[in-house]
Write a protein that binds this ligand. Sequence first.
Ligand SMILES: Nc1nc2c(c(=O)[nH]1)N[C@H]1C(S)=C(S)[C@@H](COP(=O)(O)OP(=O)(O)OC[C@H]3O[C@@H](n4cnc5c(=O)[nH]c(N)nc54)[C@H](O)[C@@H]3O)O[C@H]1N2
Ligand SMILES: Nc1nc2c(c(=O)[nH]1)N[C@H]1C(S)=C(S)[C@@H](COP(=O)(O)OP(=O)(O)OC[C@H]3O[C@@H](n4cnc5c(=O)[nH]c(N)nc54)[C@H](O)[C@@H]3O)O[C@H]1N2
Ligand code: SF4
Ligand SMILES: [Mo]
Length: 705
Amino acid sequence: MSKSSEERIVKSYCRGCHGGCGVLVRVKDDRIVNIEGDPKFPTNRGSMCSKGLAAKQLVYHPDRITRPLKRVGNKGEGKWQPISWDEALDTIAGKLRQVKAENGAESIVLGYGTGRNYESFLYRFANLLGTPNVLTAGHECYGSRIAATAITCGKLPVSDYANNPACVMVWGNNVLWTNPDEQIGVSLSRALSNGAKLIVVDPRLTFLAGKADIWLQLRPGTDTALAFGMANVIINEKLYDKPFVDNYVYGWDKFVERVQEYPLDRVEKITWVPAETIRNAARLYAQSKPACIQWGVAIEQNINSIDNNRILTDLMAITGNLDVPGGSVFFVPPKIRTISEFAGHQYLPKEQANKRLGGSTYRLANRIAVLTPKAVWDAIFTNEPYPVKAMMLHGTNPVITRANSREVYRALHMVDFLVVTDFFLTPTAELADIVLPAATWLEFDDIGDYMFRHGYISARKKVVQIGECWSDHKIFSELGKRLGQGDFWRKDVEGDLDYILEPSGLTWKQFSEIGYLQGQMEYRKHEKKGFSTPTKKVEFYSTILEELGYDPLPRYQETPETPVSRPEMSEQYPYILITGARIPVFFHSEYRMIPWLREIHPDPIVEIHPVTAKQHGIKDGDWVFIESPRGKVKQRAKLTTGINPGVVAAQHGWWFPEIKNPGHGWDISNINILTDNDPAGYDPMMGATNLRVLLCRIYPAGEAL
Ligand SMILES: Nc1nc2c(c(=O)[nH]1)N[C@H]1C(S)=C(S)[C@@H](COP(=O)(O)OP(=O)(O)OC[C@H]3O[C@@H](n4cnc5c(=O)[nH]c(N)nc54)[C@H](O)[C@@H]3O)O[C@H]1N2
Ligand SMILES: Nc1nc2c(c(=O)[nH]1)N[C@H]1C(S)=C(S)[C@@H](COP(=O)(O)OP(=O)(O)OC[C@H]3O[C@@H](n4cnc5c(=O)[nH]c(N)nc54)[C@H](O)[C@@H]3O)O[C@H]1N2
Ligand code: SF4
Ligand SMILES: [Mo]
């Protein structure tokens, strides 16, 4: 980076959310002056959202940690001393070596939150260290989609908007605001402009629901039953693709039998959606060719997590929409080393893999190396099945983002040794022994693989250096070298990027000049080689689940905390609480300190129906308490008729960086104080925590924050 007063433009790839948008970064005198969408980039074609546009304020934020810090006072007291990278890494390496020698490598837990580009580096480090315990959000986010589709049709199907779907069914997803997993919202907008019909399944009247041809306002948590209702219509009205079913479906007869358990009058009672609306939606989806299903995380955060994904995959299959242009497809990614290949799971000895916390309970999650957080907290509290002595968390803020925050707080306070790598001193980082300063996406070179399942990889380039911040990739590589992993890491991260790119025939330097690579798409791959399942068919009846000891067919279960399952509790806590519907300007607990973004959305918001609000003397904009048996928090009421009077929708991710004590107000508005992490409510296959369907009461909070 030569110092120059000429403005230059660096083409890069935003990572303000999961990623997805090509950007042009304008730089002058080695400072970022502006970030704008790259009109030539194939996915976003110039568009950007507020988070990406505000990234400059993230990079130059005065509260950034720019040197490694060591705790000097008591845990959580907020007293820090800057130290050198050498001292930080030597201390961490020494402690990890000691825990490994005394307790075994499994007593070290590595962790990150939502999917991040360094995850393959983190897994590689963990596998080489010998710990099977990598804590992610996978149990309640995306992991279910990966695991459920892997056992059903071999791979995760993705909507193919570029090939003119005639109908899109958006299910528990707010893609225009969230740009989630391998999709960006503008591509759906383009499909709708090209005339695609729209079905939306959501308990709230989102922008998309308002545009929909059919909106199914279901009772939260009843998605599996609703999807069974649609399957019932499609099968009994013979709207399904018979040749596809005959050739490519395993377990059809048993599935049809199960579907008959869900006649529309029963489904209407369970879901609150009128039978006629379900029928119309099923017909529209089945009769539009091609059609795709855009699914989201809402259906994964409850007891039906895996079966929600399975039954939706079954809907894609019976309508003949799998891997056809404009349907739900398996894009072909460019030829590079995959996350899994780089992670090197073969380096983890089998006897270590068998020790994964909760692995024998959540056996499907275990297949994809996912564990559930409570197993870690319990091991810290009880030393059972073995102690957890050290944790290294990269890019996650579990005090705010994990269910039952008070328990999370206690566990992180108690664990012997905690390292947190972040941009800021979050409520989680404040509990650490050592905090490492992470570089943002504008501060290092990287292969952006967010759209990998959509067939793309893109180059993200270092634009500036801030203080002594390092990329997480570099931290794993350098720490790995101190722990005897030297043979497995290249001299520097560029060498590792070269290694990942090797199958494409490109080096990092060459790739970064090209900007992105797209795989060569081929549709209907099953016609040549079947589906990647044990029977080579789409397994409606799962042979893998049968082997693991679960019900091989999907089924609907009532979630554990509803007016139906807990009628006596609902007298005290009458409303169904959904948490976490995303808003455009924040990413989970991130960005509350970014001035442009906070100005757009200053306070936490809970959506309440006006009739319900009136009963409690709540007016629009009032601060209200939301309370469950686990605790209470404050948010501001937004009155809307776009929600059922029996349902309340609260935001997640709230803490207040402007509160300068070390807690930063983590327990004021943080909705995860109310969520439950009792395993009785988990998906039995995945360990998914129930975040979307809880019971609560609401009442005016009186004073402001
Ligand atoms: N109640 C409720 N809770 C939820 C959800 C919900 O819907 N409702 N959703 C859940 C879901 S789906 C998910 S995925 C999780 C997400 O949970 P988390 O991943 O824990 O959430 P974030 O707030 O994104 O935490 C990221 C932290 O990482 C830091 N960070 C960002 N980028 C980097 C980086 O590149 N390197 C490093 N080292 N740090 C970085 C940020 O500053 C921030 O402090 O939350 C879950 N929690
Ligand atoms: N701006 C922003 N973007 C993000 C994130 C963020 O925090 N902020 N987080 C990222 C992450 S990690 C994820 S996982 C994705 C998630 O992205 P999405 O899947 O779009 O997640 P949400 O907005 O939480 O939920 C989508 C919709 O589900 C509805 N919903 C709630 N309960 C139910 C239910 O029981 N059934 C059905 N059918 N719908 C329900 C909500 O009303 C909401 O409109 O977003 C990613 N993108
Ligand atoms: S949608 Fe995500 S990748 Fe695109 S500009 Fe916004 S934050 Fe960046
Ligand atoms: Mo997520």
